[in-house]
Design a protein around this ligand. Structure first.
Ligand code: NAD
Length: 261
């Protein structure tokens, strides 16, 4: 079966960001109508027309995924606009500040967990009931290669991304028999502003050196493109992945598959 999202309604959080936007383009190319959600209204407005140019309906909604009322509102808005939610890319995330665990700022820890972990929980909390009522739906949560390995200097980000996989597996086991699938995608090092912000901190401002070094993490000797994540997410959200549930799917150029030396 080739991947088609024809006639499906898909919600994307972080829809104005790099991976969210690339996935919006892939889902739109496969025929899905979209609700793009992001905290950044200006960026959302700038992205909207590019996606709509592919000939699908695109709505936007400004929300903070760490706030329950905002999450309830984007789910309700999607239902009033489209009547259902077939696919959900639960993706918004932040990198946060880097620092050793023994000195890590408590408020920063709470801020990162609120967006990257609680935001994913709230998305599940408000979208799963819709899908369970419908008797169908597919969700992809965004983890990271940091979901399966430690990441020095990023205790909060790392913990949040480990937690995403726990939420994914638990939800998948709860809803699988009721027609709903929940999977995670674990991007490796992907060329985005989020990566550049991290590299600035890790490599004292030398982003290009950081990209060269981190490209070596992948067996393919390069960093990945947002569209390469979008393709896998689109597959996981589609009926072509009908028997994939509770999976944590790496899109990392093989980084998690080996110890490079
Ligand atoms: P990005 O910064 O380009 O996009 C993230 C988007 O999320 C932005 O548009 C931002 O405005 C939005 N956002 C941030 N906080 C929000 C909030 N509270 N509510 C709603 N929206 C909010 O980054 P990206 O690289 O596209 O990241 C997308 C996801 O991929 C994140 O979960 C990130 O952790 C994950 N990821 C990225 C990489 C990478 O190398 N870029 C690697 C692994 C995982």
């Amino acid at each position: 079966m080739s991947v088609s999202m024809q006639g499906k309604i898909a919600v994307i959080t972080g829809g104005a960001g790099s991976i969210g936007h690339a996935t919006a383009l892939t889902l739109a190319a496969a025929g899905a109508d979209l609700m793009l959600v992001d905290i950044n209204g200006e960026a959302l407005a700038a992205r909207r027309d590019t996606v709509a140019a592919l000939g699908v309906r695109v709505e936007t909604h400004v929300a903070d995924v760490s706030k329950a009322a905002d999450v309830a509102a984007y789910a309700a808005r999607t239902l009033s606009a489209y009547g259902r939610i077939d696919a959900f890319f639960n993706n918004a995330g932040i990198e946060g500040k880097l620092g050793p665990t023994e000195e890590y700022d408590e408020a920063e820890f709470d801020r990162i967990i609120a967006v990257n972990l609680k935001g994913i929980f709230l998305g599940l909390r408000h979208v799963l009931p819709v899908m369970l009522r419908q008797g169908h739906g597919a969700i992809v949560n965004t983890g990271s290669i940091a979901s399966e390995r430690g990441l020095a200097g990023a205790c909060a980000y790392n913990a949040s991304k480990h937690g995403v996989i726990g939420l994914t597996r638990t939800a998948a086991s709860e809803v699988g028999a009721r027609g709903v699938r929940v999977n995670a995608v674990m991007p490796g090092v992907i060329d985005t502003p989020l990566l550049e912000a991290m590299l600035k901190m890790m490599f004292k401002g030398d982003v290009d050196a950081g990209k060269r070094v981190l490209g070596k993490v992948a067996t393919q000797d390069r960093i990945g493109k947002p569209s390469e994540v979008g393709e896998v997410v689109t597959f996981l959200l589609s009926d072509a992945a009908a028997f994939v549930n509770g999976a944590a799917w790496a899109v990392d150029g093989g980084a998690l598959s080996t110890i490079r030396h």
